[in-house]
Design a protein around this ligand. Sequence first.
Ligand SMILES: *Cc1c(COP(=O)(O)O)cnc(C)c1O
Length: 457
Amino acid sequence: MIEAPTAAHPFDAPVSAALMQRARRVIPGGVNSPVRAFRAVGGTPRFVASGRGAYVTDADGREYVDLVSSWGALLHGHAHPAIVEAVTAAAAHGTSYGAPTEVEVDLAEEIIARTSVEQVRLVSSGTEATMSAVRLARGVTGRDLVVKFAGCYHGHVDSLLASAGSGVVTFGLPGTPGVPAAATAATIVLPYNDTDAVARAFAEQGARIACVVTEAAAGNMGAVPPLPGFNAFLAATCQAHGALLISDEVMTGFRVHRSGWWGLDGAVEGWTPDLTTFGKVMGGGFPAAAFGGRADVMGQLAPEGPVYQAGTLSGNPVAAAAGLTALRLATDELYAGLDRTAATIKALASDALTAEGVPHLAQSAGNMFSIFFGDPPRQAVVDLTGAQDQQLYRFSAFFHAMLAHGVWLPPSAYEAWFVNAALDQAAIDRLATALPRAARAAAAARPDARSDSGAAQ
Ligand SMILES: *Cc1c(COP(=O)(O)O)cnc(C)c1O
């Protein structure tokens, strides 16, 4: 039997290791987005050579069941034939014009048909979408303050890279060097799911608040769904104070339901965000994102209105063709299948951990889910403080054992696991084989001196 690897002794991957050495000379940290570097779990990040369906193959020739799914972007798995065909056909006609094309209208109509938004503008990344939505909210309201929630990620927008202690109305401090204090001084950071904190912030600053920006369901501190009524409360509070609600569906949009999280929540509870941001799934694996909302608000954007926003590659016809094809493939039946697959994998993982006596909480937000390792397991994690209360060293051991047995999980305990529609019985069987071994590794794991996978905190 293969000995379960640990974070300290991961299986090696000589080709990936050599590529990483090369990469580090020319790319900071060897990666173009930090979490890819495996810093949170240790070991050598795998370079991907190819992907097909539910699987990726690394540069060392090892195949993995992929539960990253390009951080949620790939609803249909890798290299879906219809998407490859659409992209190839689009590219053969020309790749970019800097002029309007029909496929952009098709994609906008598809998004509008599925969601609460009345008009939409296409951009190239989720970061750009939230940045633009916040600018529009400020422009429309003539106010500066932005409310966000600790643990929610909205891309690397200066004003949204703010963290702050819990408590009452806390003005944000920059979460990274390079962001001037002035950029986050107008950001109020509150605990997620805390309606009292929101009510207090509006009581004190309501007339100055331009918008509340929130993940429709949080997926960047692990899967942390909004408590029932939380989004509705935000919508009502914003409306009462003349502020706008920006629902960030870059992760959840078209992933958890044909209409995104709003389809599971707003359409049921009867609330509507003023603006919504989209990304990931709607790009079909290409750089495409969008923000949209009420027509009167969107009408304030240039060239109709005074709020400036633009992009050389916005609405790129190849990306739009990929996104349109991905959305048209995303039927109610497909989402029902994704829900079943997610429930199956989550139960397999939780059962394997329970069998080995590993204290944990497996929590879902729609078909996204994650595991919080920790003792004693909580009933629910509702905010960042709860999410941070976990035994990260167990995740590292678990992660590396999964990887060694052919399953690629997101390389951080703070990320959701993403299913895709290509996950079939063979992939589930591989997961079912790997999970008990990974659970044993998690059970055997002990806190070590490494600062990033050390003791629970
Ligand atoms: C991924 C993500 C973003 C940023 O999107 P990028 O395309 O990486 O810039 C913004 N908001 C949420 C909720 C996300 O998950």
